[in-house]
Ligand binder design. Structure first.
Ligand code: SF4
Ligand code: SF4
Length: 448
């Protein structure tokens, strides 16, 4: 037994907010969306260089066929998610408002797949090539290309792999369903990454409000599969934002990632639990990332559920399948209410890093009026990054760049804990975003 390698309980983390969980879909099996009439596959579904289309209008494509790629090292290929004909290649608007070139495929309804075979996996280089060819990016929200994450620079000594199954956002249960429906894929992905990177400590972190997920993975980790005793499941307190990368690293290892540094700087790699499961299936089958499980919930949805959809399907089509109640809709978001992105149009495609579509009713989306700050300090106590949101808000209102920097604005991860607890309902997150935009503008002015 390697007790000294593993914490007996999570390390204490700072701040957080008692947000309601609302995980009503966690016990329901995922449903599969029937093939949509068309998909629009943006060439930019990741952080890094956009892909260039490898197909032209009129081409027939199959599910899993690579249709976009880039020579840039920091990128990830895009694959067709339905079979059919390429009908258009042009710019579209994405959920967050960004523009991207996209390939539109009109589905023939057959979902005919490429003849796929498992990738060669003899060496570490084979493995990294496989991760890239899978088209895998961080599926928990960031969209960071996984093949880059799994090739840390030689000066970083990685000793811990953290698997993020916290899923602390209200409503979202897609990672929880991945664990319950594909627990062996999760574990086999863990062992592949662990062995390829020679990491001898893996902590699978799950919030304690998902007891079945903890139980099923513990059963496997406690069995003879983990003969070297290098994988443990750590139950975390169910307190938002437990799944934020820096908070998770602190809870699992006690290590603090300094401002401006990355997990690798403190010896850790953090992977989303669905990402590791998708990687495991690719290694077994050779079918790349072409669909995504989304939690569809909120007061304006009649049939709340997790639904597996081809990438590029429109939000409107997913919501129609789940019974959107148009007269009730107050706000539709990609992601949960704490860190999600409000959608101005439902005519936007589902991307690799989306994990939920939440359609709040008018009552749920209603906001209370903002009043003056009463200097109660609750926002400071709630901030997991130990920032001073009230002081930052003032500095941002004055456009005081030096003060914003002194107060470490860029460390803010926009988790919304401060705004959630604020009795004056100050729009603190919007303020932090504005402050960051001011800092960016200042930086670009100084470069000229
Ligand atoms: S929680 Fe709101 S009211 Fe209280 S100090 Fe912070 S900004 Fe002011
Ligand atoms: S949004 Fe930023 S300032 Fe507010 S609690 Fe989260 S990290 Fe702290």
């Amino acid at each position: 037994m390697k007790e000294n390698l593993f914490p007996k309980k999570p390390y204490k983390t700072d701040g957080g907010a008692p947000v309601p969980h609302r995980k009503g879909t966690s016990d329901e099996d995922s449903q599969v969306l029937p093939p949509p009439a068309l998909v629009r596959l943006p060439m930019q579904m990741h952080i890094g260089a956009p892909c260039t289309p490898l197909v032209k209008v009129g081409d027939r494509v199959l599910v899993g066929q690579k249709i976009g790629d880039s020579d840039a090292p920091f990128s990830a290929p895009i694959h067709a998610s339905v079979s059919g004909e390429v009908t258009e290649i042009g710019e579209i608007t994405l959920g967050g408002g960004a523009r991207s070139l996209a390939v539109t495929v009109a589905s023939d309804g057959k979902m005919e797949e490429i003849p796929y075979i498992p990738p060669k996996m003899d060496t570490y280089e084979d493995f990294i090539t496989a991760v890239r060819e899978c088209g895998l990016v961080g599926l928990g929200g960031a969209g960071f290309p996984t093949h880059i994450k799994l090739r840390p620079s030689a000066d970083k000594k990685i000793d811990t792999l953290i698997i993020n199954g916290a899923e602390c956002e209200p409503y979202l249960t897609s990672d929880n369903r991945e664990i319950l429906e594909n627990s062996w894929d999760v574990m086999s992905g863990v062992y592949t990454v662990k062995n390829m990177l020679h990491i001898h400590r893996v902590l699978i972190c799950i919030e304690s409000n998902k007891p079945r997920a903890i139980e099923v993975l513990r059963e496997i980790a406690d069995s003879s599969v983990d003969k070297d005793d290098e994988v443990r499941v750590l139950a975390l307190p169910a307190r938002y934002p437990q799944g934020a990368e820096k908070v998770l690293i602190k809870a699992a290892t006690g290590r603090e990632v300094p401002p401006g540094k990355l997990p690798a700087d403190v010896g850790c790699i953090v992977m989303n639990i669905t990402s590791i499961s998708v990687l495991s299936r690719y290694i077994k089958t050779g079918m790349p990332l072409v669909h995504k499980r989304l939690t569809v919930d909120g007061g304006a949805v009649a049939h709340k559920q997790n639904v597996i959809v081809p990438l590029g399907t429109s939000v409107a089509e997913v919501l129609a399948h789940c019974g959107l109640l148009p007269e009730k809709v107050g706000k539709v978001m990609f992601g949960g209410p704490m860190m999600g992105v409000a959608l101005e149009s439902l005519d936007v495609p589902v991307l690799k890093n989306n994990n939920g579509i939440i359609a709040l009713s008018k009552e749920e989306a209603a906001t209370s009026p903002t009043t003056a700050c009463i200097r109660c300090g609750r926002c400071v106590a709630a901030c997991p990054m130990r920032l001073y949101p009230l002081r930052l808000e003032k500095a941002i209102a004055r456009k005081d760049v030096a003060r914003m920097e002194a107060l470490d604005l860029l460390t803010c991860m926009e988790c919304g804990s401060c705004a959630f607890v604020c009795p004056a309902k100050r729009p603190l997150v919007q303020s932090m975003r504005l402050g960051k935009a001011i800092l960016r503008e200042e930086k670009s002015k100084n470069k000229k």
